[in-house]
Design a protein around this ligand. Structure first.
Ligand code: PAF
Length: 437
C-alpha cells in the first residue's frame, strides 16, 4: 500500500515531559501501518496563549511514513494522548501531559470539523518551525493552509457556511465594516477560540449611513483587513459589493423599536434599521451558532440582541468588551479621522465615564448627579461638543426605574470639531461590571 510522508507535532507541559514525548514516539512506531523515520530533539518553550498560568512545554516533531488514512491516523494520535492521561475532550489552553498534532499529511489539504491539514497555524509557531528546521526541512517549501478565501458572492458565502454546518461545525460570525483595529481582532480571536469555523464579513453598509454622513469617506483598506483576518485564523471573509449584498430590486427592511429609540437612534434616524437589515441578512446567509459584537457600540448591541430574539435567529449574540488605547480612548475605525489635538482631547470621554464610576463606587446613587459628573468632565474639554450622556439599564439599555440607582451603564457621545471633519465618538462604561477598568 502507498505510504504518505507525515509530520506530527508533539508537546508536553505536565508530568515527566521528556518521558512522555519519548514514549509517544515509541508508541507511534509500534502502530501497524506507521513507520517513524526520525524525530527532532525536544525544545523547551514558554507557554504562550490565553489559558491559565502554566509551565513551559517541551516540543518537537516526528517524521513518519504511514499507510493509514488521515482520520485513522488522527484516531491513533488521540488514543496515544488519552493513554498519556490527557482527558478528552481536553479544555483548551490548559496544561497537558501530551499533545499530538497532525501537521502535514503529504501535500493533502483536509478540512473537516475535527481535522484541518496542513495545520492552519504551524508556520506561525516557533515550537514547530525550529524542530522542522532541525530535521533539515526547507520551511518555505512546506505546504501551508490556504489563506482564507475572500468571497464576494452571497450565495457562495451561504454555500460555504452550509458545508461547515453539514460537517457539524460550530460556526462563528464576526460582522464588521472593515478598517479593522484591535477591537475587531479581539472579536476574531474570541470567535476563533470558541468556534470550529469563523467567518468575518467586511461590508460598509450604505443602509446605516444617513445623508451627509461619512459613507463615501469611511476608511477602507481591504488588503490590510484580509491580512488581519488571516493572522487571526479566520476561515473565510465575506466581502460583498453593495450590489451583491442588496440586489437592485431589494426592498425588504427590518424595522426596529424601543431598543433603537434615543441616543444614536435619536441622532441618526434610520441608522439602526440599516444595521438590523444588514445583520439579519448576514445571519440568514451564515446561520451562525454564535455572532460577535463589540460593547463599544452598546446601543447597536442592544438592537441586535432584540432583533435576534424577536425574529428567532438560532444565534447566540456574544458581547465583547471594549478595547482601549493605553490612554483610555475606546478603539474605533473613526479614530483615524482625529487630528493630533482632538486625539489628545478625546480621552476626556473615558475620564468622564470613569469619574462617574468612581463616584458610584464611593456611594453616589443619584442618577442626575452621576450624569452631571460626566457632563462636567466633558465640559472641561473645549474641543468636545457633547451629544448626550445617558444612564441606562444594563443589557437592553432601557430607562432605569425612578429612585436611587443600583447599577446601569453610562453612555456618552461627543463630537470633536478641530480636524478637517467633525468626528463623533461614542463610549460607555458599566457602573458595576468588575471586568471594566
Ligand atoms: O459595528 C459595525 O461595524 C456595523 O454596524 C455592523 C454590525 C457590521 C453592521 O454593518
Amino acid at each position: 500500500m502507498r505510504e504518505t510522508l507525515v509530520y506530527i507535532g508533539l508537546g508536553s507541559n505536565e508530568g515527566d515531559r521528556r518521558a512522555q514525548l519519548d514514549r509517544a514516539v515509541v508508541r507511534l512506531g509500534g502502530v501497524p501501518g506507521v513507520r517513524v523515520l526520525r524525530a527532532s530533539t525536544w525544545h523547551e518553550n514558554a507557554f504562550v496563549g490565553d489559558g491559565p498560568p502554566q509551565g513551559a512545554f517541551l516540543n518537537g516533531v516526528a517524521e513518519l511514513r504511514t499507510t493509514l488514512p488521515p482520520h485513522a491516523l488522527l484516531g491513533v494520535l488521540k488514543a496515544i494522548e488519552a493513554e498519556a492521561g490527557r482527558s478528552l475532550p481536553a479544555p483548551r489552553h490548559h496544561p497537558r501531559p501530551l499533545d499530538l498534532d497532525l501537521l502535514l499529511y503529504g501535500d493533502a489539504t483536509i478540512d473537516t470539523r475535527d481535522l484541518r491539514v496542513p495545520h492552519p497555524r504551524w508556520h506561525e509557531r516557533a515550537f514547530v518551525i525550529e524542530p522542522l528546521r532541525e530535521l533539515g526541512l526547507a520551511i518555505d517549501a512546506l505546504p501551508r493552509w490556504p489563506r482564507p478565501p475572500a468571497i464576494e458572492v452571497a450565495a457562495g458565502f451561504a454555500a460555504l457556511c452550509s458545508t461547515w454546518h453539514a460537517g457539524g461545525a460550530v460556526v462563528g460570525l464576526v460582522p464588521t465594516m472593515g478598517a479593522l483595529h484591535a477591537g475587531h481582532t479581539s472579536l476574531l480571536h474570541r470567535a476563533r477560540s470558541e468556534c470550529d469555523r469563523v467567518a468575518a464579513t467586511i461590508f460598509v453598509n450604505p443602509l446605516q449611513f444617513g445623508p451627509g454622513e461619512d459613507f463615501a469617506a469611511y476608511p477602507r483598506d481591504l488588503a490590510r483587513d484580509l491580512q488581519l483576518c488571516a493572522d487571526a485564523g479566520v476561515d473565510a471573509v465575506f466581502t460583498p459589493a453593495v450590489a451583491a449584498m442588496y440586489e437592485p430590486d431589494f426592498c425588504s427592511h427590518v424595522g426596529v423599536g424601543a431598543a433603537a429609540e434615543g441616543m444614536e437612534g435619536g441622532l441618526r434616524p434610520g441608522h439602526f434599521a440599516g444595521v438590523a437589515t444588514v445583520v439579519a441578512r448576514l445571519l440568514a446567509l451564515a446561520r451562525p451558532q454564535r455572532a460577535y459584537f463589540g460593547e463599544k457600540d452598546a446601543q447597536q448591541l442592544a438592537v441586535i440582541r432584540r432583533l435576534v430574539r424577536d425574529l428567532g435567529f438560532p444565534t447566540a449574540v456574544v458581547p465583547c468588551p471594549i478595547v482601549r488605547e493605553p490612554d483610555g480612548l475606546a478603539m474605533s475605525s473613526r479614530n483615524v479621522y482625529l487630528d493630533a489635538a482632538d486625539r489628545s482631547a478625546s480621552t476626556v470621554l473615558f475620564r468622564a465615564l470613569s469619574s462617574a464610576r468612581h463616584a458610584f463606587a464611593r456611594g453616589e446613587r443619584d442618577r442626575e448627579a452621576l450624569v452631571q459628573r460626566v457632563r462636567a468632565v466633558v465640559a472641561t474639554e473645549p474641543r468636545a461638543a457633547l451629544d448626550y450622556v445617558e444612564l441606562r439599564r444594563e443589557i437592553d439599555l432601557q430607562p432605569l426605574p425612578p429612585g436611587p440607582v443600583d447599577g446601569g451603564r453610562l453612555l456618552v457621545a461627543a463630537r470633536f470639531l478641530g480636524g478637517a471633519r467633525p468626528v463623533r465618538l461614542l463610549d460607555n462604561l458599566s457602573l458595576t461590571d468588575p471586568a471594566q477598568p
